[in-house]
Design a protein around this ligand. Structure first.
Ligand code: PLP
Length: 399
């Protein structure tokens, strides 16, 4: 029955029952409600850089707005930005990209995930998704009518996706594998041998790959951007998703892109024409400045993330009952809290109330993440140190 009984028949589509969400936003809302009551909290739950967007990027967008870059653009994005994206991706992934046919600009990486899955997945298709992993993959696969098949990322493998494990999940219905490296929430980074083995598996079984590379500039251990699209025979069966939110601290700008086979890019663009039309014109000019401008802002942010990673990992490992691996990329760490004997959700609630520290319970990132809390360390060293101190005090009373 429809809302408030106004409608005599069911108003909402059956497909809405299959759409999930990103619980980090639900936890954030709970935390904000406590803050509204005057309770001061330290936040580790949301994956959002705390740095300011670099000034030269803001200046370019402001100037563009003043110069009347305030109208519709082509759905696929302005040529100048598509060319900048093609150059950036060609150089970092060592593949040739046609800016006119193989690039689409979108309002974030999220719409690239949504539109590509809507374009590819039919009812009954299976899509292999990392678990723990970004929850939007599972949500949109189901929304599109597909079946997510979970690839368990194991702590003993440093949470890396292993081709041998994936091979066991492949059936004749497997249409897509989604990979994400560096990974949210585990901070794992695929190594060359893993990438090669996954490429071989995809080719052998005629599977398409969606490679979410939004953290591809945030590495700490000398890794490089190893895209599966760079492997022989893979460019034709890979969609690279990347964006500006994480690399340039531009989450609120809503700017991202997808690079892949021309027909898929055309479908993604057509979905954009049917929904948002195009990305804000002066935001796209900011994107050009980000890609074409100086990159030392990125180097500086990554250096700060590294310092924070070292501080939080050391601090968490010093707390009795909590342990964690050293993440190689992104700005998250998965803390194993099994020895504390409390389910993740309960511990998250307890820490929010007693320690006034907000974390994300593992199950928000997948069914295999019970027994973990995700910490985002995109926050200051002072917050990290104070947060660890508070957790230690609260946790010591549990044992
Ligand atoms: C793995 C992954 N992909 C995509 C996104 C979404 O990025 P955007 O802000 O560009 O939509 C996020 C954000 O948390 C993410 O962690």
């Amino acid at each position: 029955m429809g809302e408030f009984g106004v409608m005599k028949r069911e108003l909402y589509s059956e497909r809405m029952g299959r759409l999930g969400t990103e619980s980090a936003f639900t936890v954030l809302a709970k935390a904000k409600a406590l803050e509204a009551k005057g309770i001061e909290l330290i936040h580790f739950e949301i994956g959002e850089p705390d740095f300011d967007t670099p000034k030269h990027i803001i200046d370019a967008a402001v100037e563009a707005a003043r110069n009347q870059w305030t109208h519709y653009t082509p759905s696929a994005g302005i040529a100048e930005l598509r060319e900048a994206i093609a150059d950036t991706v060609s150089e970092s992934r060592r593949i040739d990209i046609d800016p006119n046919r193989e690039v689409v600009v979108l309002p974030g990486a999220k719409p690239a995930i949504f539109n590509s899955l809507m374009a590819i997945v039919d009812s009954g298709d299976e899509v292999i998704v990392p678990n723990p992993g970004f929850p939007i993959y599972e949500s949109v696969v189901r929304f599109a009518g597909g079946e997510p098949v979970f690839a368990k990322l194991k702590e003993e493998d440093d949470f890396n996706m292993k081709a041998d494990d994936i091979a066991k999940l492949v059936t004749e219905k497997t249409k897509v594998i989604i990979i994400n490296s560096p990974e949210n929430p585990c901070g794992s980074v695929l190594q060359k041998s893993d990438v090669e083995a996954l490429a071989e598996l995809a080719i052998e079984n005629d599977i398409f790959v969606i490679s979410d590379e939004v953290y591809c500039k945030i590495f700490y251990e000398g890794d490089e951007c190893l895209s599966i699209a760079s492997e022989p025979g893979m460019k034709e069966r890979t969609l690279i998703i990347d964006g500006f939110s994480k690399t340039y601290a531009m989450t609120g700008w809503r700017l991202g892109y997808a690079v892949g086979p021309a027909q898929l890019i055309e479908y993604i663009t057509q979905l954009q024409t049917n929904s948002t039309s195009c990305v804000n014109a002066f935001v796209q000019k900011g994107g050009v400045a980000a890609l074409r401008g100086p990159q030392d802002c990125v180097t500086e942010m990554v250096a700060k993330y590294r310092e924070r990673r070292d501080t939080i990992v050391q601090g968490l490992n010093e707390i009795d009952g909590i342990s964690c691996r050293m993440p190689r990329g992104a700005f998250y760490v998965m803390a194993n809290i099994r020895d504390l004997g409390k389910p993740s959700n309960e511990l998250m609630e307890h820490l929010m109330k007693e320690a006034r520290v907000v974390t994300l319970p593992g199950p928000a990132m997948g069914s295999y993440a019970e027994g973990y809390l995700r910490f985002s360390y995109a926050t200051s060293i002072e917050n990290i140190k104070e947060g660890i101190k508070r957790i230690e005090t609260t946790v010591s009373k549990l044992q």
